[in-house]
Each structure stands twice: as C-alpha cells, then as structure tokens.
Design a binder for this molecule. Sequence first.
Ligand code: GRF
Length: 205
Amino acid sequence: MSKLHLGVLGSGSGSNMQSIVDAIEAGTLDADVRLVLADVADAKILDRAKRHNIPCRYLDCAPWKTKLEGPAEDRCIELLREAGVDTVVLAGFMRIVKPGLLAAFPMRVLNIHPALLPAFPGVHSWTQALDYGCKVAGVTVHFVDAGTDTGPIIVQKAVPVLEDDTPETLHARIQEQEHIAFPEALRLLAAGRCRVEGRRVRIAR
Ligand code: GRF
C-alpha cells in the first residue's frame, strides 16, 4: 500500500477529477491531489480545484494545439515534480502526451477514455459507438504508452446502448461509469495490486 500523490491534467469540466477528490475526501482512496494543470485558461476543472483548495494553474501549451511537447512539456514535468507528484492522471486532457512526460513518470500516467478500447480510440467515441450500431459501450482506464489510447488496460466498465439514445444520453451514461472507474483504478494502484505483463495488467487479489 502506498499513498498516491496525484497530478491531474485536464482541459474541461473536471468531473472525473471531482470523482477522484470525492473518493479521497470520503476516505475510500489513499491519495492526495498535489496539483491540477489545465491547458485551457478558463476550464471548469480549475474552479473545481480551487473549491477544494488544491493548487492549480493554467499551462500554456502554445504553439501546439493537440499535443504536449517542447517547453510546455518541460514546464509541466517541472511543476509536477516540484509538487511531489508520483502519478499523473489525464482527466479529460485533450492533448497527446509525448515520451518526455512518459519517461518522467514511467508507468505512472493514467488516462480515461469513454469507450471500450480498443474500439473507438480518439475523439467523440460515444458518437462513434452509436453510429456503428453498438449495443454496448463503455469506459476504459489505462496506463498511457506511446500510442493514442493504446496502453495496458486497468479497468473497464460497460453500459448498454438504449434504443432512444442520443450522443448526449449515451455520453451521460458513460460518464456515470467513468466516475466509478477512475477511483477504482487508482485504488488498485495505491494498493499495489497492478502488475503490468506486456499488454496485460494483472490485478492481484
Ligand atoms: C471524459 O468523457 C473522459 O472520458 C474524456 O474526456 C471527458 C472528460 O470529462 N477523456 P471531465 O472533464 O472529467 O468532466
């Protein structure tokens, strides 16, 4: 068992970060959030962090629009290290992270993706699942590797696709499961129960 010191990177509403903070405050996750960084200056995730007195700041990632690279990546790593972060949580961070961050926190960067990977990587995956005619959709929490949404899977949760679903209703159902899945994956990590063997994450009993 080892308490996790989390750094959260986000771009939007921060509901996943909220679920992690709620789990910590409820005493069901042995962790603290040391720092929240957002690449969008007015992202709601920063307001949520402030409400919980969690250090947070805007990280200017220019000139890149879709990745975290160069001086912004260096700065990000520096800030996370200064804050004593040992585990990086991508909670709706709409950028591709590069090898520099992954090397700084080896097998300690986790992402949440709103699909049952390897189906529907990339953006708007719930719409992709709906358009494809899937009867089941879901969410995946995984370690991040050099690919996009390709790293070893820690937790998955399935949700049904209902006859009258719209992208919005399906996404909302998936998000309910996200808020269970992310704290669950972090709990496994904190308990030292995840062992990565190639593509597989073995979960110790
Ligand atoms: C979630 O749907 C997550 O799966 C995806 O981005 C969204 C972030 O939502 N990666 P929030 O900012 O945590 O509310």
